[in-house]
Design a protein around this ligand. Structure first.
Ligand code: 5GP
Length: 193
C-alpha cells in the first residue's frame, strides 16, 4: 500500500537489531486518519472472508484492529500479555517470544470471547519471526475457531514469519513488506494485489 510505504520512508527509522521504528504514527503516537485508511484496506482484502471477530495482541495491534473493525462491523478481542491467574481454566494461554524485548511471556484470552462459531481475522502491526502470530494461532486452535485470514501492517520480508505462515496455507496479506533495510536505505517488495 503506497500510502503506508511513503509514510515509512518519510518517518520510519532503522535501529540496531533490524528494528524499524514507526512510533511517530503506528505504535506510540497514532495517526488515526492513517490507521483508518489501513483499516479500510484490510476490509478490502478480507471482505469476502466472512469475518466475525478480529483478534490481536496488546498493545501495538489494538489501534489498527479497532479501526479495521469499524469497517467490518465486528468486535475486537485482544490477547493480554499481563500475567493472569488461570484458576478456573477459563483462559486460553500460549507462550510467545518477544522480538523487540527478546524474552518469553504468556498471552492469555478469556474463553468466553472466542469460540467454535467464530471466523477470526488476526491483525498486528508487525510480522517478523512470526512468534506473536503463532501465539494467536495457538489460541485460535484451542478455541476451535476458523482462521479467516491474517493481516499485518508491516512485514519484514527478510525474516521467516511470513514465508512460514504462507507455506502453512494461511491467507496472509501485508500492507507493506520491507525487503531490505539499513540505516540509510529501505526497499519494499512489490505488492501481491
Ligand atoms: P514476531 O513475533 O513476528 O517476531 O514479531 C512481531 C511483534 O514484534 C509485533 O507484535 C511487533 O510489536 C514487534 N516487532 C517485530 N519487529 C519489529 C520492528 O521492527 N519494529 C517494531 N516497532 N516492532 C517490531
Amino acid at each position: 500500500m503506497k500510502l503506508l510505504e511513503d509514510r515509512i520512508l518519510r518517518d520510519g527509522q532503522v535501529r540496531p537489531g533490524q528494528v524499524l521504528k514507526v512510533d511517530s504514527f503506528l505504535n506510540h503516537q497514532l495517526d488515526v486518519e492513517l490507521l483508518d485508511r489501513l483499516g479500510a484496506e484490510f476490509y478490502r482484502l478480507f471482505r469476502e472472508d466472512r469475518v466475525t471477530k478480529i483478534l490481536t495482541i496488546e498493545a501495538s495491534g489494538i489501534a489498527v484492529a479497532c479501526l479495521a473493525a469499524r469497517h467490518f462491523g465486528v468486535p475486537v478481542v485482544f490477547a493480554k500479555k499481563a500475567k493472569s491467574k488461570n484458576l478456573d481454566g477459563d483462559l486460553y494461554t500460549a507462550p510467545v517470544t518477544s522480538y523487540t524485548y527478546g524474552r518469553e511471556y504468556q498471552i492469555t484470552l478469556a474463553k468466553k470471547f472466542l469460540g467454535q462459531e467464530d471466523r477470526v481475522l488476526l491483525l498486528d502491526d508487525f510480522l517478523a519471526n512470526g512468534k506473536a502470530m503463532q501465539g494467536l494461532l495457538s489460541v485460535c486452535h484451542q478455541a476451535g475457531c476458523a482462521v479467516a485470514g491474517i493481516g499485518v501492517c508491516i512485514e519484514k520480508g527478510f525474516q521467516p514469519g511470513g514465508k512460514e505462515l504462507r507455506q502453512a496455507g494461511y491467507k496472509l496479506r501485508s500492507l507493506a513488506t520491507v525487503e531490505e533495510m539499513t540505516e540509510d536505505s529501505l526497499t519494499f517488495r512489490p505488492q501481491e494485489e
